[in-house]
Design a protein around this ligand. Structure first.
Ligand code: ADP
Ligand code: DP6
Ligand code: CO
Length: 325
């Protein structure tokens, strides 16, 4: 039985970053990572195998996509076609409720939603853990978007055991303020940025050593609900990742002036006794980890500098959701 349904996947923001592959084809990472799934940003995707179309057809946000974008999706769908023998063309419709390719993790929600929809449409019906290894083949960060709350992506030893594991529901007054400094498409994709960093940054060995320790420490802090410790490790780990990029040749930086303004404001709020910590990904936007109960107060302070449309408060998100048609 094949089912054509819309599947929703939420984005996730890494607190312990993934920044480098040891196998580019299989998307095996150089280190394990850990994220928080967000309920404010997501993708909804449906896949239908149809006899009445002649080739794979991909609509994103209602717009028919070009050959390159469609090929990326077709390559991914191969994973589901091979074990099932399905050769019929697919109609893929996706909507991003998150800016695309702006450093707000659209590849995570996008590829996780596509994996979820293809899993149903192909009738493969993989369980979540295996599905996360499939999502990984679309985009590394998508591995983690199969689950909600705090999620670890274990680097594993092979393609079969490099998957995500949910570690905590994050329902202990955890929130995130997303400061959208700029939502336009970035010039250097995460994929290219991390490749260049692995190949040329002299800081990379130090990063690998340090991020392994950060992961052990943050898991302890999550288990004991030590928010301050979780925040301190998050902020430090993110900065170290950006440090590796600055050391790359050519040097890479995703920051913009207002990214720095946002970081300074987080430090100022901490001085005033409000616990909050920032992290940034491959883009200029700043994510502020905070107590959900402090999030409106923090947002109000950011609203003195940023437009309210640039400020989105998010709760922890859930894992994959199958939507009723
Ligand atoms: P981001 O910071 O948004 O994750 P990336 O550079 O990692 O940026 O990835 C952007 C790429 O993710 C897009 O170019 C596209 O290939 C893919 N992507 C984004 N949204 C979707 C979607 N809804 N369905 C399929 N692929 C998507
Ligand atoms: C900085 O998962 O987008 O957001 O695997 O090449 O698709 P590909 O890259 P992607 O990289 C995410 C990088 C990051 C950190 C993280 O999410 O862990
Ligand atoms: Co991405």
């Amino acid at each position: 039985m094949t089912i054509e349904k819309k599947v929703r996947a939420y984005t996730n923001i890494a607190l312990i970053k993934y920044w480098g592959k040891r196998d580019e084809a299989a998307i095996l990472p150089t280190s394990s990572s850990l994220s928080l799934t967000l309920d404010a940003f997501y993708t909804e995707t449906s896949v239908a195998f149809k006899e009445d179309i002649t080739q794979d057809t991909f609509y994103l946000n209602g717009v028919l996509q070009n050959e390159a974008a469609t090929q990326k999706v077709s390559r991914f769908l191969k994973l589901f076609r091979e074990p099932t023998g399905i050769q019929t063309p697919a109609l893929i419709k996706s909507t991003n409720f998150v800016p695309t390719a702006a450093g707000l993790a659209s590849s995570a929600s996008g590829m996780a939603a596509l994996a979820g929809a293809a899993n149903l449409a192909s009738g493969l019906n993989l369980p979540d853990q295996e599905l996360s290894t499939y999502a990984r083949r679309g985009s590394g960060s998508a591995t983690r978007s199969i689950y909600g709350g705090f999620v670890e992506w274990q680097m594993g030893t092979s393609s079969e055991d490099s998957y995500a594991v949910p570690i905590d529901d994050a329902n202990w007054d955890i929130g995130m303020l997303v400061v959208v400094v700029n939502s336009r498409q970035k010039e250097v994709s995460s994929r290219d940025g991390m490749k260049n960093t692995v190949e040329t940054s002299p800081f990379y060995a130090g990063w690998l050593e340090s991020t392994a320790k950060d992961l052990i420490e943050i898991k302890k802090a999550i288990h004991s609900h030590d928010f301050q410790k979780v925040g301190e490790i998050t902020e430090s780990n993110g900065m170290k990742m950006h440090g590796t990029m600055l050391g790359a040749n050519p040097p890479l930086s995703y920051w913009e002036p207002y990214s720095v303004v946002a970081m300074q404001l987080v430090r100022q709020l901490r001085k005033e006794g409000i616990p909050c910590y920032f992290t940034m990904d491959a883009g200029p936007n700043v994510k502020v980890l905070c107590r959900l109960s402090d999030s409106e107060k923090i947002k109000a302070r950011f609203a003195e500098v940023f437009r309210t449309e640039q400020l989105i408060v998010s709760r922890p998100g859930k894992g994959l959701q199958i939507m009723s048609n």
